[in-house]
Ligand binder design. Structure first.
Ligand code: GYE
Length: 334
């Protein structure tokens, strides 16, 4: 059908108007997106301490995914278990003038100089997962991670409950601890001792460091079994990686973990939960590596000049052989 000229003209004008409106909407949409992009383009320098355990690998993965979700520009450095590498990474973040620095300190001491440099550069520093020594506490703006003392107490409380259901001589405990001078190693040791303190049913006969590594957990346990024979009742291990190594050594000796030796571990990796279900581990104290989202939200606040809570602790639990619904534990994701 042919249009009358006047109507055709009006239609053309409408089409132009519509096109203009659409273009404006697109532009506004784009510029809104840009604004959002700009607002969230916080630059975060993160120094991870290494890849020693499934926990740590899960923690790195979680932080990288959370930065992506939050639109934070993340510069991620892995120090491969060396404090020196962490110090160099922090120095490079300062030189790059990132908005916020976060790091998981491998040990508590030795950070004064580099953190003073960050302060002088006006860059706020967050500790994640582990802490630095109290003397340097005012060089950081906050901490996000677990309450390791509470984790140690949960381990000890499980043992009290277990001992209530047993009879006989005092239980001889060996402890395979984490990296010396690290916060989880210190606090998990103290919390555990505080929980069983003064109770004559327990004796800690040996405590060694397995550096949070599976290989060292196995070596330590092999040596302990060689030296002490089967004269051990309990293994308290500061992480699942070392526990899995120790269990290999225990089984190689012809002993049954979970029955001949009570096994208490910390972290809650899927592998440990599976062994709890099989009866080879008696207690798994949860320590979650999933702190990425909170790190991102604190980083955004800090970059905006806001102050943040000094301590943000993760909510955690404990899984034990006494739980009725072990089969219902959802996949751990690390
Ligand atoms: O328990 C262990 C890791 O600092 C909480 O480090 C972390 C500990 C965790 O290697 O598996």
């Amino acid at each position: 059908m042919k249009l009358r000229p006047a109507f055709a003209g009006r239609r053309a004008i409408l089409a132009v108007l519509f096109a203009l409106l659409a273009a404006t909407a697109m532009l506004t949409g784009c510029s809104g997106g840009d604004e959002q992009g700009k607002e969230s383009a916080v630059i975060l320098g993160f120094s991870q301490l290494g890849s020693e355990s499934g926990w740590r690998i899960g923690n790195s993965r979680d932080i990288i995914a959370a930065a992506d979700r939050a639109g934070v520009r993340l510069t991620f450095e892995n120090a491969e278990q060396k404090q020196e590498n962490q110090i160099n990474a922090i120095r490079s973040f300062i030189a790059y003038q990132v908005d916020v620095i976060a790091f998981s300190p491998i040990v508590e001491d030795g950070w004064t100089n580099v953190l003073t440099e960050a302060r002088e550069a006006g860059i706020p520093v967050l500790c994640t997962d582990r802490l630095i020594s109290g003397a340097d506490a005012d060089l950081i703006v906050g901490f996000v991670g677990s309450d390791f003392y509470e984790e140690g107490r949960r381990a000890g409380n499980f043992l009290l409950k277990k001992a209530d259901r047993m009879e006989g001589d005092p239980l001889r405990i060996v402890e395979i601890a984490g990296t010396e001078d690290s916060t989880p190693m210190r606090q998990r040791a103290i919390g555990f001792r505080d929980a069983i303190k003064g109770d004559p049913r327990f004796e800690i006969v040996e405590s060694v460091s397995g550096d949070f590594l599976k290989s060292k957990g196995k070596e330590c346990m092999q040596r302990i079994l060689e030296e002490r024979g089967h004269d051990i009742d309990v293994l308290y291990s500061h992480n699942d990686a070392m526990t899995l190594g120790a269990i290999e050594a225990i089984e190689a000796e012809g002993l049954t973990p979970g029955r001949d030796i009570i096994i208490i571990t910390v972290d809650g990796e899927q592998g440990a939960i599976d062994l709890l279900k099989e009866g080879k581990i008696n207690c798994v104290v949860e320590c979650t590596p999933k702190i990425g989202d909170i790190i991102m939200s604190l980083s955004k606040k800090l970059a905006a000049g806001e102050s943040v809570e000094r301590y943000t602790y993760s909510a955690e639990t404990v899984f034990t052989e006494f739980d009725e619904n072990l089969q219902d534990i959802p996949p751990r994701g690390y």
